[in-house]
Ligand binder design. Structure first.
Ligand SMILES: NC(=O)c1ccc[n+]([C@@H]2O[C@H](COP(=O)([O-])OP(=O)(O)OC[C@H]3O[C@@H](n4cnc5c(N)ncnc54)[C@H](OP(=O)(O)O)[C@@H]3O)[C@@H](O)[C@H]2O)c1
Length: 313
């Protein structure tokens, strides 16, 4: 089968389409024919030797965790899925899932039926980003109606889901983005939008209960602490809690916690339900063929993507 492999860490040009063996499903696993694979910042970070490189080890390996596709075969003991089912998932994370390929195998319960109302391209844009937003808002904390939630990088892959989920959970949602994305973010449910390029967000957003920091630099973390109400929570998503942010949080009597997304079939089923009910919109900025994975990584690394990037297999 075709897969995008890399033989070394490096820039986008290390990504090459190669022929590799098709995997076989073990007992309790499914073989999924990948129709589309989502692209996430962790992909290019890992390609360079950061991100999940510590888990994957040294190349060769195949990147990609977001899959939407069709069940091609099931291993012994699989009861929840059958051949022909259209499924989506974020299998194996943070281990290698090798989604930039024509087929993947994974534990069957890491896949669920994809949202029926969208195609595979949009479905592949969902798992990692939406699970991050969902798990941050429902597992790292519990949002109660009326709480003030500040979402940094609200226009990005995770952010645009976080805005919609926080709104669904009853929060007053504040998002940061450049002005060009403000109107769109309001249509997704943002109650307030702050142009971080012209306004200091901690002066525009006060008494926040929960900050989802999707930017992750020390300055954004320390300033987010200043936006929190006493007892508030900063969820530091890109790179954990830096020592300076932890100190600022302690001094301000707020909490700051790190976060890492996990495979989660039940949550993906809930998210598919929200999409099919028309309550959550999936924004796909661009779709590229598998052979243009390197270009997708270049686009992803600009940090300007509105919504998601997807590879079509
Ligand atoms: N720990 C985990 O489990 C986990 C899971 C998922 C993602 N992450 C990390 O979380 C981060 C966000 O992921 P993502 O997929 O959402 O990224 P993304 O899609 O690349 O985010 C792009 C968005 O970031 C916005 N942006 C850039 N700089 C900004 C700033 N200073 N303030 C506010 N917005 C800014 C841009 O909006 P404008 O054009 O309007 O500026 C753009 O729409 C990445 O570092 C990723 O690796 C971690």
């Amino acid at each position: 089968m075709r897969a995008v492999t890399q033989q070394e860490f490096g820039g986008p040009s290390v990504l090459r389409v190669t022929e590799v063996d098709r995997p076989e499903p073990l007992p309790t696993e499914v073989l999924v024919r990948v129709v589309a694979a989502g692209v996430n910042p962790v992909d290019y970070k890992t390609r360079e030797g950061a991100g999940m490189a510590g888990v994957l080890g040294t190349p060769p390996f195949v990147l990609g965790w977001d899959v939407s596709g069709v069940v091609e075969a099931v291993g012994f003991g699989v009861h929840t899925l059958a051949v022909g089912d259209e499924v989506y998932g974020m299998p194996w994370f943070p281990r290698q899932a090798a989604a930039y390929a024509e087929y993947v195998t994974a534990p069957s319960r890491q896949f669920v039926r994809k949202p029926a109302s969208v195609g595979h391209t949009a479905a592949a844009a969902v798992p990692l980003a939406a699970l991050t937003a969902w798990q941050a808002l429902t597992a790292a904390t519990t949002i109660t109606p009326g709480q003030r939630v500040l979402v940094h990088a609200a226009a990005g892959g995770v952010g645009h889901f976080a805005v919609q989920f926080a709104k669904h959970l009853g929060a007053h949602v504040i998002g940061t983005s450049r002005a060009a994305n403000h109107e769109w973010l309001r249509t997704l449910g943002a109650d307030e939008v702050i142009d971080y390029s012209t306004t200091r967000f901690e002066e525009a957003a006060k008494d926040v209960d929960v900050v989802l920091d999707l930017v992750g630099d020390v300055g954004t973390g320390v300033r987010s602490v200043a936006a929190l109400a006493p007892g508030g929570l900063l969820i530091a998503i890109p790179a954990g809690v830096a020592p300076a942010v932890a100190e600022a949080a302690e001094a301000a009597r707020v909490r700051a916690v790190p976060f890492l997304v996990e495979p989660d079939g039940p949550a993906l089923a809930t998210i598919a339900g929200l999409i099919d009910a028309g309550q959550v919109h999936v924004e796909v900025a661009a779709v590229l063929p598998l052979a243009e994975a390197a270009e997708a990584h270049r686009l992803m690394a600009t940090g300007r993507t509105r919504g998601k990037l997807v590879l079509e297999i």
